[in-house]
Design a protein around this ligand. Structure first.
Ligand SMILES: CC(C)(COP(=O)(O)OP(=O)(O)OC[C@H]1O[C@@H](n2cnc3c(N)ncnc32)[C@H](O)[C@@H]1OP(=O)(O)O)[C@@H](O)C(=O)NCCC(=O)NCCS
Length: 181
């Protein structure tokens, strides 16, 4: 799915383009995933699990761009992807009212409302698709993300006990958060 590019001026003056990912973004998008995964433990992927194969990722980005049920947004600053949001709807009549999403932002860009801007863009797409709710999963101890989602109108709908197990043996719960549209 495609959205018109948006120019954002961050609070600290930096400029970012928020747009749909294109196949040419494959290398930058993989770097963004790898780097964010290394900067935080709050993603399900660990850095070494991000596939390094650019051509395969480019093909996946092309599929998403052409898929009316999928959305991949990237925030680009100086040619680098510094944030991304992946959203999708299952093309089944009984569940296609649920827009599922996941997002991340490079640490150097936290607190600049990039996540907020991507959430708003995804919500506009979801409304155009006729979706009735936005859904995401977040680790329960990811307090900053939970606060952001609550601020944006998401509510904790379900707790998934022990959903995540870290390599050091720690176990974390996950929340399913939902925003009704
Ligand atoms: C969680 C994450 C996506 C947030 O991205 P971000 O671009 O920094 O988020 P934003 O700047 O849009 O919003 C975050 C902050 O602004 C606050 N905020 C957002 N809109 C606001 C508004 N209109 N008024 C006041 N506060 C606002 C949020 O509550 C939060 O506050 P805090 O800085 O005091 O904690 C980012 O930190 C990240 O990628 N973390 C690692 C991966 C991750 O956790 N992903 C989410 C998995 S579910």
């Amino acid at each position: 799915m495609y959205i018109e590019p948006m120019k954002l001026k961050l609070q600290d003056g930096r400029r970012v383009i928020l747009r749909s990912a294109e196949p040419e973004d494959a290398a930058a998008d993989l770097r963004c995933m790898q780097q964010t995964a290394a900067e935080t433990e709050f993603l399900l992927l660990s850095p070494e699990e991000v596939s390094g194969e650019v051509p395969r990722h480019a093909a996946a980005l092309e599929d998403v761009r052409d898929d009316p049920y999928a959305l991949l947004l990237v925030c680009v600053a100086d040619g680098e992807a510094v944030g991304r949001l992946h959203g999708f709807v299952k093309p089944r009549r009984r569940v296609c009212h649920r827009f599922r999403l996941g997002l991340c932002v490079r640490r150097a860009y936290w607190g600049q409302r990039l996540a907020t801007a991507m959430l708003h863009a995804a919500e506009r797409v979801a409304r155009e698709m006729g979706c009735l709710q936005m859904e995401l999963e977040v680790m329960a101890h990811n307090a900053r993300a939970v606060r952001l989602y609550e601020h944006e109108g998401y509510r904790i709908a379900m707790v998934h006990p022990g959903a995540v197990c870290f390599p050091d043996g720690r176990v974390a719960d996950e929340y399913l958060m939902i925003k009704k549209l």
